[in-house]
Design a protein around this ligand. Structure first.
Ligand code: NAP
Length: 286
């Protein structure tokens, strides 16, 4: 048996799997599209043929896929439900507090020891000093997996038994990113309209600052390389909107940002760097 199964080998899931493996744990991986498992198989890592053997392979399951609905659709089947009983499941897909609570209720009903989590970092941060992960929920699940998960970053934090805590803090933390995206693309357009290089704007900020990094992407015109696609950022933004609607707070800010994301995705930029948003503004200006 493996120590842990990792379900989802996208940009983030792969980073989690690699890091846990490098920390010395036996892992089994599974991804819906099998080609993403090949690099792991080549490195001698066990890959399951389907979600059923993936769950059977380990007492602990880590899921990092698009969203909670996708997780539910994998787990809520006649064959999978009974396999989950007495296993620990850690979910690191991005979700809302309501989704976390719903997931926790469902897991409890099916005898799963559940930890809900959120990743406040990019794939390159995983396993480094800037890796920050929030966990909440079942204390037994935390005790069973804490040692294994601590390799994921310097700040792997258990927030207690309130299942809403990790996703609430994650969405609040993400608001800062969307504010920054809007600021950088507008600043870039402002510079472009005055015939001032966006690289000059970038140089006003410290070497390591995110504003500088994003402005340099706009300046380079290369939107193909990214550690999180515009589509993934757009889905997380939709979670911020959902939380606003669920709780009844004003959603003017995420709704405004979402208008631009929708245009970018409709224009075919979903697989690109999030700074492709600037192309929507350029297009609007004709
Ligand atoms: P990604 O590269 O787009 O990968 C998405 C993953 O989800 C793939 O493994 C995909 O499988 C899987 N998936 C989607 N729908 C599925 C379904 N119905 N059934 C089974 N598998 C499904 O995304 P990512 O960057 O790894 O992000 C994964 C999660 O981590 C998201 O919730 C994201 O918000 C969160 N996250 C990402 C980052 C980041 O910087 N990338 C940071 C923090 C949190 P296929 O390969 O078959 O499509």
């Amino acid at each position: 048996m493996s120590d842990i199964t990792i379900i989802g080998l996208g940009l983030m899931g792969s980073a989690l799997a690699r890091t846990i493996h490098q920390a010395g744990y036996n892992i089994t991986v599974w991804n819906r599209s099998p080609e993403k498992m090949q690099a792991f198989i080549d490195d001698g890592i066990a890959a399951a043929a389907d979600v059923i053997p993936a769950i059977e392979a380990s007492p602990h399951i880590l899921v990092c896929i698009d969203n909670y609905d996708a997780t539910r659709s994998l787990l809520d089947t006649e064959k999978v439900r009974p396999l989950l009983r007495d296993r620990t499941l850690v979910q690191l897909s991005t979700g809302t507090p309501r989704e976390a609570l719903d997931a926790a209720e469902w897991m409890k009903k099916h005898g799963v020891s559940y930890l809900d989590g959120a990743i406040l970092a990019g794939p390159d941060d995983i396993g480094t000093a800037s890796g920050q992960i929030l966990l909440c929920g079942d204390e037994t699940a935390y005790s069973a997996t804490a040692k294994m998960l601590e390799c994921l970053g310097e700040d792997v934090r258990y927030l207690g038994t309130n299942y809403r805590a990790a996703s609430a803090l994650d969405l609040a933390w993400l608001c800062d990113s969307y504010g920054r995206f809007m600021a950088v693309i507008h600043a870039a357009r402002l510079c472009e309209s005055e015939d001032v290089g966006v690289d000059q704007f970038a140089s006003l900020f410290e070497e390591e600052s995110l504003v500088r990094r994003y402005a340099n992407v706009v300046h380079s015109g290369d939107f193909q390389n990214c550690t999180a696609t515009l589509q993934v950022w757009g889905s997380a933004l939709n979670r911020i909107q959902m939380q606003g609607r669920d709780s009844g707070i004003d959603t003017a800010f995420p709704d405004f940002v979402d208008g631009l994301f929708k245009k970018a995705i409709d224009a075919g930029f979903g697989d690109e760097h999030v700074m492709s948003l600037v192309k929507v503004l350029r297009k609007a200006a004709g």
